[in-house]
Design a protein around this ligand. Structure first.
Ligand SMILES: Nc1nc2c(c(=O)[nH]1)N[C@H]1C(S)=C(S)[C@@H](COP(=O)(O)OP(=O)(O)OC[C@H]3O[C@@H](n4cnc5c(=O)[nH]c(N)nc54)[C@H](O)[C@@H]3O)O[C@H]1N2
Ligand SMILES: Nc1nc2c(c(=O)[nH]1)N[C@H]1C(S)=C(S)[C@@H](COP(=O)(O)OP(=O)(O)OC[C@H]3O[C@@H](n4cnc5c(=O)[nH]c(N)nc54)[C@H](O)[C@@H]3O)O[C@H]1N2
Ligand SMILES: [Mo]
Length: 700
């Protein structure tokens, strides 16, 4: 007899799919997408429909481990849970005794987007003990800060309403890879005759399926947005009435646009003026235009400014008046009013701790001036040894003998390999969780379907045991998983919508608003003090930023001196069959993903004597990685790419982040992964080296 249990995909992806687990004899035997979930629509992606492979994988961690031998050698010994928790607590206590609580730092991210397993008791414990606090910037910080400044919170049209737009700009995101279920709604618009434009330096699969592809230079989106606004204005299509009623700062922006022209924008973006003019004219005449703003474009030095300029573009022609029109980046703002932050309950004492930007981890772990140094790092739901910028420097930090590292994990990651204590965690089909979404408007409850392997505990249970071992007794550190899930939606707004733990347990998911089929910002309704969209945001001046939208060049992309030494820009975006490093330990996923490669244009390859398949080194002052080269006919000259985190030495080891920089973007302390100059050189002895060269080498 089998039964079906409602759940949700936990991955860090805008789609947060609703699924059902089929359980037979206590085992999860099949995973099915919910057909009745309006965003999931009966399909899981190519990586998650094999999620159960990860649950049963031979690479799954099922017993606590302590390090034996030197750091980084990979020697571990199985220990029982009491000893493991004792060792983790000892690492924390020793750091506090030596340098105070700020010598302890928690490090977490979105390995699961579940509120319970990701964003509750761990943060409570470390906040309560007064540790260093982590500023969570690694993914969306520039876009989030830009939206805070402009729309107050991440708000916009309902992603499902994109099907009503007549022009859709898919800007800085590869929907078919990273936000697959959004594609359905863009495609539905296309089928109706809408024009789809992809704005991306790379020839992605999404770009191939759009009607037009603007293959601009990386980090120049702000210039494109300014140029397009100027053209819209010149066509007399600025919606003055909407702008004056529902936006702040239109007169200042209009003046700023005097400095812009199609030619100037085209020159900066490396595009034909006629192409920019044509798109501007199309925007001027097409209502509604929708802009799906991706996160890829905000991994550059001028990222926040670019998102602000694009949001201004989304407002200039009055698109927010129409169903499906306007700018859409993330949807988190739809959940704020009906959910609660589980990390900082009001009744839990939380002494202030210093704040460290997670994207600067490599620096924080190696900076001799950091006082106190980080001596105990506790990591969950993330694999920073692979995913933070400046990987080689981070690795040196992780290898410090005076750093105690505890890692909660499901599998042996690059980070877990460097740990003093590894604590095996449960997976989504084994624990309770509750999910909001950053790409649609549905909450989901994930019920445990099966028992975890003996030897695995939920993150929350690990933190309860750690809190007890450390001698804490505040009840908020010991709430059960169900209590936490209930607290998340314990608001009047949720009750008013009939959303309760019980209702979610019954249905699996619930819509959080009624904006589908409406134009929610036709009359403003933004989360700013005035409810208006802030084209000009005066507070930005206090941060040394321009309060009026404008183009801010990328850091390395626009550096001519650096361009001499490192002529190629390297973008390292999402790849289809992994999620960051998640699933890279699974044979099936690895087979589908293929070998990690670096892609470059025919001209860039031939200028370097590189043939397709040659092993090359990708390098800059920070480090290098090697990979086979792939020559891509549609690559733009000067712009190469390699997929993020895809390690080149087996499943772990050096990856693209050996070359990326610890550097903040203009807003939010965001990292700048795609703003990265490199050179690519053929490695001697690579496959295509000429026979003579090979013979000569042997002769030597
Ligand atoms: N299959 C899969 N899905 C994923 C992920 C994954 O690893 N695999 N990752 C998840 C996570 S954590 C996130 S944050 C999202 C990320 O998903 P996206 O928002 O799609 O972000 P990226 O993959 O960083 O980059 C997307 C696109 O932006 C382009 N891009 C880079 N620089 C620029 C620029 O300057 N201007 C413009 N216009 N485009 C630029 C890249 O070429 C790339 O095609 O996806 C999530 N979904
Ligand atoms: N070069 C380059 N680097 C990038 C990016 C890029 O575009 N280019 N993108 C950046 C972005 S957008 C992001 S979001 C970061 C993401 O980087 P990470 O947060 O490091 O993401 P993952 O590699 O997926 O690691 C998540 C880990 O969480 C674990 N996990 C999942 N669920 C649980 C759980 O319930 N309990 C425990 N204990 N563990 C769990 C998984 O096994 C996995 O190892 O990477 C960034 N790195
Ligand atoms: Mo991300």
């Amino acid at each position: 007899m089998s039964r079906l249990v409602n759940g949700a995909c936990p991955l860090d992806c805008p789609d947060t799919c609703a699924w059902q687990v089929e359980v037979e004899d206590g085992r999860a035997v099949r995973l099915r997408a919910r057909k009745d979930h309006p965003f999931t629509r009966g399909a899981l992606c190519g990586k998650v429909n094999r999620y159960l492979d990860a649950v049963d994988a031979p690479t799954r961690l099922t017993t606590p481990l302590r390090r034996v031998g030197a750091k980084g050698e990979g020697g571990f010994q199985a220990v029982d849970w009491d000893e493991a928790i004792g060792l983790a607590a000892q690492g924390i206590r020793a750091a506090i005794d030596r340098d105070g609580p700020e010598a302890v730092m928690p490090y977490y991210y979105a390995g699961t987007l579940g509120q319970v397993q990701g964003w509750s008791l761990g943060q409570r414990l470390f906040n309560h003990l007064g540790s260093t606090r982590m500023l969570g910037t690694i993914c969306t910080a520039a876009a989030s800060a830009a939206m805070r400044a402009t729309t107050g919170r991440p708000l916009g049209p309902d992603p499902e309403d994109l099907e009503h737009a007549d022009l859709v700009l898919i800007w800085g995101t590869n929907l078919l890879t990273a936000n697959m279920h959004q594609w359905h709604f863009a495609h539905a618009a296309q089928e109706r005759g809408a024009h789809l434009v992809c704005i991306d330096p790379l020839p992605t699969d999404t770009a191939q399926r759009c009607d037009e592809h603007l293959q601009l230079l990386p980090g120049t989106d702000g210039a494109l947005a300014m140029g397009l606004m100027r053209i819209v204005l010149d066509h007399g299509a600025a919606d003055e009435e909407w702008l004056l009623a529902h936006a702040e700062g239109w007169p200042e922006l209009r003046t700023r646009l005097d400095e812009w022209s199609a030619e100037r924008a085209a020159r900066i973006c490396g595009l034909d003026t006629a192409v920019v003019e044509a798109l501007g004219a199309r925007i001027a005449r097409t209502r509604p235009t929708a802009i799906r703003i991706g996160l890829g474009l905000q991994r550059h030095g001028g990222a926040g400014s670019a998102v602000r300029a694009i949001l201004a573009l989304s407002a200039i022609a009055g698109d927010y008046r129409h169903v499906g029109g306007g700018g859409l980046c993330m949807t988190a703002g739809r959940f704020d009013y009906l959910t609660r932050d589980l990390e900082e309950p009001a009744d839990l004492p939380m002494p202030p701790g210093r704040i460290i930007n997670m994207s600067r981890l490599a620096e924080a772990l190696t900076d001799p001036a950091l006082d106190p140094p980080i001596r105990s790092l506790v990591v969950w739901d993330t694999n920073p040894a692979a995913t933070v910028p400046d990987q080689l420097r981070a690795r040196r930090g992780f290898l410090r003998d005076d750093l105690h590292l505890t890692v909660l994990e499901q599998r042996m990651t690059d980070t877990a390999l460097l740990a003093d204590v590894v604590l095996p965690a449960t997976m989504q089909v084994e624990h309770l969780d509750i999910h909001a979404s950053y790409g649609h408007h549905y909450l989901a409850l994930n019920l445990p379907a099966v028992d975890p392997p003996e030897g695995c505990l939920t993150n929350t249970e690990i933190f309860r045991r750690l809190a007890r071992e450390l001698g804490f007794d505040h009840p908020r550190l010991f709430d059960t998983d169900e209590e936490l899930a209930r607290q998340f939606i314990d608001t009047d707004a949720a009750r008013a919508r009939g959303i309760t733990f019980e209702s979610l347990a019954e249905t699996g998911f619930a819509r959080v608003d009624d904006v589908r089929g409406t134009a929610p910002h036709a009359e403003g309704g933004f989360a700013t003090p005035s409810g208006r969209l802030r084209i000009v945001c005066p507070e930005l001046a206090d941060q040394g930023l321009d309060p009026i939208p404008d183009y801010l060049p990328p850091a390395e992309g626009a550096d001519p001196e650096l361009a001499e030494r490192y002529p190629l820009q390297l973008i390292t975006p999402a790849t289809r069959f992994f999620l960051n490093s998640t699933f890279n330990d699974l044979d099936g996923h690895r087979r589908k993903a293929g070998e990690p490669c670096v892609y470059l244009s025919p001209a860039d390859a031939s200028a370097r004597g590189i043939a397709d398949g040659d092993v090359v080194e990708v390098l800059n002052d920070r480090g290098a990685f090697t990979a086979p080269a792939r020559i891509h006919a549609l690559a733009r000259d000067g712009v190469a790419w390699a997929y993020k985190v895809h390690a080149t030495e087996g499943i772990r080891g050096v990856n693209v982040n050996a070359t990326t920089a610890v550097r903040d973007a203009d807003m939010g302390g965001s990292p700048t992964f795609h703003d990265n100059r490199v050179e690519i050189v053929r490695v001697d002895g690579s496959r295509a080296a000429s026979a003579e060269a090979r013979a000569a080498a042997v002769g030597d």
